[in-house]
Design a binder for this molecule. Structure first.
Ligand SMILES: NC(=O)c1ccc[n+]([C@@H]2O[C@H](COP(=O)([O-])OP(=O)(O)OC[C@H]3O[C@@H](n4cnc5c(N)ncnc54)[C@H](O)[C@@H]3O)[C@@H](O)[C@H]2O)c1
Length: 334
């Protein structure tokens, strides 16, 4: 097993930062224009040069198209990168802005722009859309645009999510509603938008990102955990509804992953008030409740499993719930 340091050195976002720094030319305005789908003329030539595709990719997903919600950073971006490396064209759909009732920063427009450039640098096409999974109309328009530009929609990664942590009695209505609206209702709306084209194709692969907290209760994450349990019910129901159309739907359940959802002041102050530091929390988890001798996963660790559920090896598997949970799942009853 790789050490945490080795894993970090393979962190796609770290690679991304290195690439951009080495070019030394990516301006915020240019990146934003690219992300928001500005016409080519509105983007400067430097950005076009950066995003020029390198050699034609050949891989398991060549010619396919993957639509990924929450794709600007974290697990969603890592899924985009893994699928793109195997040849898939990518649609990144991300709110790319903050929400008042979410207590930590979400991805920015620049994150979305950077993600698009880095996916294109892998030699595939990428559309970046600033959109909210709570917005049915925008989702439907985005799927229509995907089909117009890429001709199909093979893979849907239902990933966008937000978290909330603290004492159950103290959660305000607006926060509770936001977590449910994004993690659960947003997942339903995203899936509904993609089903008609997958049904017409008589093919499609859907992967939903639940959580280990969709398998366990946790007193600090009661609403979040409820949405992740709910998402598993939705994934299994979608699997049944779409099986006859040759569409699979599976859920993956990650444990602790090093992303900005987990590594932010709001979260760390709640889970480790004496020492609100990600490395300290990670070390404590490793020393206490992680059976595998490891701390957090890196996003790519989850993305590789998502890719597996989009590929040939799992073409006849649906309704599965797959734990990526440092071995904590070995403690489950069944
Ligand atoms: N990080 C972990 O430890 C962990 C563990 C288990 C499951 N998960 C799940 O993985 C998924 C990805 O989380 P992450 O850890 O990469 O977090 P993240 O915050 O880094 O990424 C989430 C992405 O979703 C986007 N997003 C949030 N609300 C949105 C909305 N309404 N519409 C569109 N986009 C929206 C954000 O801008 C961000 O880019 C989430 O569903 C999360 O619940 C994370």
């Amino acid at each position: 097993m790789m050490s945490r340091d080795q894993q970090r050195s393979s962190d796609p976002s770290a690679t991304t930062r290195r690439k951009l720094l080495s070019t030394g030319v990516l301006g915020v305005a240019t990146a934003t224009a690219v992300a928001l789908g500005a016409p080519a003329a509105a983007q400067n030539s430097t950005a076009e040069a950066i995003s020029q595709p390198s050699p034609e990719p050949t891989g398991e997903f060549t010619g396919q198209c993957a639509f990924i919600t929450g794709g600007a950073r974290g697990i969603g971006y890592a899924c985009a990168e893994e699928l793109a490396k195997a040849g898939a064209n990518i649609v990144l759909y991300d709110i790319a802005g903050n929400i008042d009732t979410v207590n930590y920063p979400l991805a920015t427009e620049q994150d979305l722009a950077t993600a698009k450039l880095n996916i294109e640098a892998l030699g595939v096409k990428c559309i970046a859309i600033k959109g909210d999974v709570r917005d049915r109309t925008k989702l439907e328009e985005s799927v229509a645009r995907t089909v117009r530009e890429f001709g199909r929609l093979d893979i849907l990664v239902v990933n966008a999510g937000v978290t909330q942590v603290g004492v159950l009695d103290e959660f305000p209505d607006e926060e509770i509603q936001t977590v449910i609206d994004i993690n659960l209702t947003g997942a339903v709306k995203t899936t509904q938008a993609a089903l008609p084209i997958m049904r017409r194709q008589n093919a499609g692969r859907i992967v939903m990102i639940s959580s280990i907290l969709g398998r366990l209760g946790n007193e600090n994450f009661s609403v979040y955990a409820s949405t992740k349990w709910g998402l598993i019910g939705f994934a299994k129901s979608t699997a049944l509804a779409m099986a006859k159309h040759n569409v699979t739907c599976n859920a993956v359940c990650p444990g602790w992953v090093r992303t900005k959802l987990a590594d932010n002041d709001y979260m760390l102050n709640a889970v480790s008030p004496e020492n609100p530091n990600f490395d300290a929390v990670e070390a404590a988890a490793e020393a206490s409740y992680h059976p595998l001798p490891m701390g957090a996963y890196e996003p790519v660790d989850v993305a590789r499993v998502v890719k597996m559920f989009c590929g040939q090896a799992t073409a006849m598997i649906t309704g599965e719930v797959f734990d990526i949970a440092q071995g904590q799942n070995a403690r489950f009853n069944a």
